[in-house]
Design a binder for this molecule. Structure first.
Ligand SMILES: [Zn+2]
Length: 454
């Protein structure tokens, strides 16, 4: 009794209060049923992660992944599939190591990862005393002579009080992106940062860093796990500690690569609705949650529209973007081409927060459109999706904002994403089939509403 009331009440409210037709909730159920019963996204993700694995832009594995995406989009029933040219940076990691030693002790190896796009030490040892700072304000207080010739260690942790871990990631992200530039400008030899992670384990996480254009010293930047970070901070309270860093990473120019696109032509007009994710991943783990999940979810939507014969009014286009992780070249090139070809886009939605249980959508659009999408909330409640308050969209589709395209991003439960994001832990076994498909289902449902109403 209780169960059926919970099930029916939101449909009832949806139908009466927000003037959606009962037909909408029936179509919502068709979409979810089709995916949960016949969905191929999970097996597709297994194939991508187990047979290709991680796939950084510019690598051979990434090019293999583009062929894989072409094949999957064809199998899903796309009318047209193509590769879109995009120049991508080529960053290569190579061998790397980090050791530390207290003045009277032995060398001890720490688990570490170079940050993406960082320059390395060209295979030579960089050896220097470590100085610890908690945050940028503490760093700014240090005199130059305390920094010069040293290796600066920033131990800025995720704020565990934030309920959305994305907020903690946003708060701590500046240390990964900019610490090398801050320290390099003041004569440091290298930086070590605490990994951007909600976990308290010892897994190091990579991710993109950048140098400022005017940086003359492009010093190496590496991350260590949260546990090593806390131990190192503690040891540095009483001991003088030396680090020895050796790495071979660096930028190796640019290369022609591709985003992969597939679509079902619109029945009413050729204006475009985009569903997408990014096909590239970091060169550690398998790129399963980030963002293999978003790719297979987007392809699943196309497959479902085709197999249910939903006869989309507008063109439904899946974009598997290149190079989100260390350049966003795929997203920028796509928006550039849209502008040049004057292709009308009425909506774009991305999934790049992992294939976890969906909770809502971030929305970046005019207040009117936003209100309209929020008025559909009751239709989504039976699927556990309730939060339409965030105002952000995926990195790959963001460049479409200036063209006036309304944007959304799937907002899944965020508690576990940053435990594994950009690390060796981002593997297929962390993805749950039902959570993944439910995410695809609610994206498909949102697209169904947009296609019908806009
Ligand atoms: Zn991602």
């Amino acid at each position: 009794m209780k169960y059926s009331l919970i099930k029916i009440l939101p449909l009832f409210l949806g139908g009466i209060l927000f003037s959606q037709t009962p037909q909408d909730s029936i179509q919502f159920k068709h979409i979810a049923d089709e995916m949960l019963v016949n969905g191929t996204a999970y097996e597709g993700l297994r194939d991508l992660t187990q047979n290709i694995g991680h796939r950084l832009s510019g690598s051979e594995a990434y090019e293999k992944a583009t062929d894989w995406a072409v094949q999957k989009l064809k199998e899903a029933g796309a009318d047209k599939v193509w590769k879109e040219d995009v120049m991508v940076p080529v960053w290569v990691r190579g061998k790397e190591s980090l050791q530390i030693k207290a003045s009277d002790g032995e060398w001890k190896t720490l688990r570490m990862t170079s940050l993406g796009n960082s320059e390395g030490s060209n295979g030579k040892d960089v050896e220097a005393e470590i100085i610890f700072v908690k945050n940028k304000a503490d760093f700014d207080k240090l005199p130059d002579n305390a920094i010069k010739g040293k290796i600066v260690f920033f131990n800025y942790a995720f704020n565990q009080k934030f309920i959305s871990t994305g907020q903690a990631y946003g708060d701590a992200g500046i240390y990964r992106r900019s610490a090398a530039s801050w320290a390099g400008k003041r004569g440091a030899k290298a930086v070590i940062i605490r990994s951007l992670s909600s976990a308290l384990d010892d897994v190091p996480h990579t991710g993109m860093m950048t140098y400022d254009k005017d940086d003359t010293a492009r010093i190496p930047a590496v991350a260590i796990g949260p546990k090593s970070s806390d131990e190192l901070e503690k040891a540095l309270q009483t001991l003088k500690i030396t680090a020895k860093l050796n790495s071979n990473c660096g930028m190796k120019g640019e290369k022609l690569s591709h985003s992969v696109i597939g679509e079902i032509t619109g029945n009413k007009d050729q204006s475009v609705i985009v569903a997408g994710g990014h096909l590239d991943s970091w060169d550690v783990g398998e790129g399963a949650q980030d963002d293999g999940a978003g790719i297979v979810q987007s392809i699943e939507i196309l497959r479902t529209f085709k197999s249910l014969g939903l006869n989309n009014n507008h063109t439904l286009r899946v974009v598997c973007f290149a190079n989100e992780e260390n350049g966003v070249r795929g997203g920028r090139q796509y928006a550039k081409n849209v502008k040049e070809k004057n292709e009308k886009h009425i909506f774009a939605v991305e999934s790049d927060g992992g294939g976890f249980t969906p909770r809502g959508f971030g929305l970046v659009m005019t207040p009117d459109k936003r209100k309209q999408v929020q008025s559909w909330r009751a239709l989504f409640l039976p699927y556990g999706v309730h939060n339409f308050e965030y105002q952000y969209a995926g990195t790959d589709i963001e460049p479409l904002e200036v063209l006036g395209v309304p944007l959304a991003e799937l907002s899944p439960d965020s508690q576990r994403y940053f435990d594994i994001h950009h690390s060796e832990e981002d593997t297929f076994d962390k993805v749950n089939r039902r959570e993944l498909l439910l995410g695809a289902a609610v994206m498909g449902q949102l697209i169904y509403m947009v296609d019908k109403n806009w």
